[in-house]
Design a protein around this ligand. Structure first.
Ligand code: MG
Length: 160
C-alpha cells in the first residue's frame, strides 16, 4: 500500500521586549517580558506554520505574510496559521503529528504546557495526542542564555 506523506520543519526566533505580551501556541502567558515582532510574535505558532508550509514546499511565513505589509501589523498568529491550514486541508492533507521545542531561559513554560498543547491541537482540528510541545533552556550560554530572546523549532508530518 502506498502512502503520501510529507514532512516539514520550522524554526523561529524573536527578541524579548518590554511592554509586549507573550503568546505561545496561541495562549497568552503571564510574563515580565514579551516578544518583539510585526505580528503578535507568537514564536511557536510561527515555527509550526513554517513547518506546515515546508512540508508542502509552499515557501515560508515571511512570503505569505510580509512584515513590510501593514495588513499584517499586530496580527493574531492564530489567524495566520488558520489561513495556511485551511488551504492545506483544502488540498486534502491532514496532520499525522506535530512536535515542537521551545528554547528560553524564561518564563517557566511547564505550568502552561497543557493549555499550549490543547490550543495547537484545536487550531489543527486534531486530538491533543497528536501534538507535542517541549521546553528547554540554553544553559545560560550566549544570547538565548542571556534571555535576549526565544527560539521555537517544530516538525510536522502530513498525510494525504
Ligand atoms: Mg516569527
Amino acid at each position: 500500500m502506498s502512502s503520501n506523506l510529507r514532512i516539514g520543519t520550522g524554526f523561529d526566533v524573536h527578541r524579548f521586549a518590554e511592554n509586549r505580551p507573550l503568546f505561545l501556541g496561541g495562549v497568552s502567558i503571564p510574563s515580565a517580558v514579551g516578544l518583539e515582532g510585526h505580528s503578535d510574535a507568537d514564536v511557536l505558532l510561527h515555527a509550526i506554520t513554517d513547518a506546515v508550509l515546508g512540508a508542502l514546499a509552499w515557501g515560508d511565513i515571511g512570503q505569505w505574510f510580509p512584515d513590510t505589509d501593514a495588513q499584517w501589523k499586530g496580527s493574531d498568529s492564530k489567524v495566520l496559521f488558520a489561513t495556511v491550514w485551511r488551504k492545506v486541508k483544502e488540498e486534502g492533507w491532514h496532520l499525522i503529528n506535530c512536535d515542537s521545542t521551545i528554547v528560553a531561559e524564561q518564563p517557566k513554560i511547564a505550568p502552561h504546557m497543557k493549555s499550549i498543547t490543547e490550543s495547537i491541537a484545536g487550531l489543527f482540528g486534531v486530538e491533543a495526542s497528536r501534538v507535542s510541545v517541549k521546553a528547554t533552556t540554553f544553559e545560560k550560554m550566549g544570547s538565548l542564555g542571556r534571555s535576549e530572546g526565544m527560539v521555537a523549532q517544530s516538525v510536522v508530518l502530513l498525510e494525504k
